[in-house]
Ligand binder design. Structure first.
Ligand code: NAP
Length: 290
């Protein structure tokens, strides 16, 4: 069994981007700029945004963060996004999800200018992805594709099972794995909460992507020998032994599944780090395109 190490691969992506950023500045006088918006004080969202901003600093990107109280009205957020859309210095806009309940997330995401949609959540980005056209690919599935590519995982003709059909993870993941690309060319089964015989389907999988948000859901009896297992789940579970008071847990029962796998991602240290690396790549490409 080999670990698909998000720490190593994301660092390689960042090192490469750091050099490309220096070159871009020298040749074109441009520096990529990621603008983030955070509404409220959700602990996990605070951590994710802080990591994204820190990663920008590490590789020489500009970054900015606008914070709002959770009870702001919609018009304040709309105005902030529209101002970033107009700002020629901003290449990528990131609205950290989830938003407080009184916001319509779909409406907010749709306001982001598609050419600055570095999270790849806008319907235009997702629509282009479905058609196999160049676009911003949703950062988590994009990060997983970079991981598969780095480790040269053979995906051609393999049966990939994706558990979870969200617009930001499961669905774009299923599309990417089914495309005529490398990695890609899988035969894909997309599963969700109404799927029957999920265990039987998983047992037929060469590659499983677990993206449902249920701790240790994928157990060893659902995985065939030598499968490749990608764990997208991140759930905070109370843990008094940790300084933070919580531990991060994935959707895979890692301890028992790992010995059966050819490759597996850990949590933490796997997909989460790749998501940030992919977001940075999208931001760099947004700047270059402009
Ligand atoms: P989501 O929007 O809540 O979607 C969950 C999906 O899982 C839904 O399609 C749901 O089916 C399906 N599901 C739920 N219970 C199921 C079950 N028992 N059997 C089969 N399918 C089931 O979640 P998400 O935003 O995609 O995120 C999924 C997980 O990934 C979460 O833990 C999240 O924190 C994590 N995540 C991690 C990263 C990262 O960077 N590592 C990025 C994004 C998300 P229905 O459609 O039928 O409801």
């Amino acid at each position: 069994m080999q670990i698909l190490d998000g720490k190593i691969v994301s660092q390689a992506v960042k090192d490469d981007l750091k050099q490309q950023t220096l070159d871009l500045k020298a040749k074109a006088g441009k520096t990529p700029h990621l603008a983030a918006i955070l509404v409220g004080t959700d602990g996990a969202s605070e951590t994710y945004v802080a990591s994204k901003i820190k990663s920008c600093e590490e590789i020489g990107f500009k970054s900015s963060l606008q914070r709002f109280q959770s009870d702001i009205d919609e018009s304040t957020l709309v105005e902030a996004i529209e101002a970033l859309n107009r700002d020629a210095d901003v290449d990528g806009i990131l609205v950290q999800l989830p938003l407080p309940k009184h916001f319509n997330e779909e409406k907010i995401i749709n306001l982001i200018a598609p050419e600055k949609d570095v999270d790849g959540f806008h319907p235009i980005s997702l629509g282009k992805l479905v058609q196999g056209l160049p676009t911003f690919i949703s950062a988590t599935p994009y990060g997983i594709m970079l991981l598969l590519k780095h480790y040269n995982i053979d995906t051609v003709g393999k049966h990939a099972v994706v558990i979870g059909r969200s617009n930001i993870v499961g669905r774009p993941m299923s599309i990417l794995l089914s495309q005529n690309t490398n990695p890609g060319n899988c035969t894909v089964t997309l599963c969700h909460s109404k799927t029957q015989n999920l265990k039987d389907i998983c047992l037929q999988a060469d590659i499983i992507v677990a993206a449902l948000g249920k701790v240790s859901f994928l157990t060893a009896d659902m995985v065939k020998e030598n499968a490749v297992v990608i764990d997208v789940g991140i759930t905070r579970v109370a843990d008094s032994s940790k300084k933070s008071g919580f531990a991060l847990k994935g959707d895979v029962d890692f301890e028992n599944v790992a010995p059966k796998c050819s490759y597996i991602t850990p949590v933490p240290g796997g997909v989460g780090l790749m998501t940030i690396a992919a977001l940075l790549m999208n931001t760099f490409n947004a700047c270059v395109k402009k």
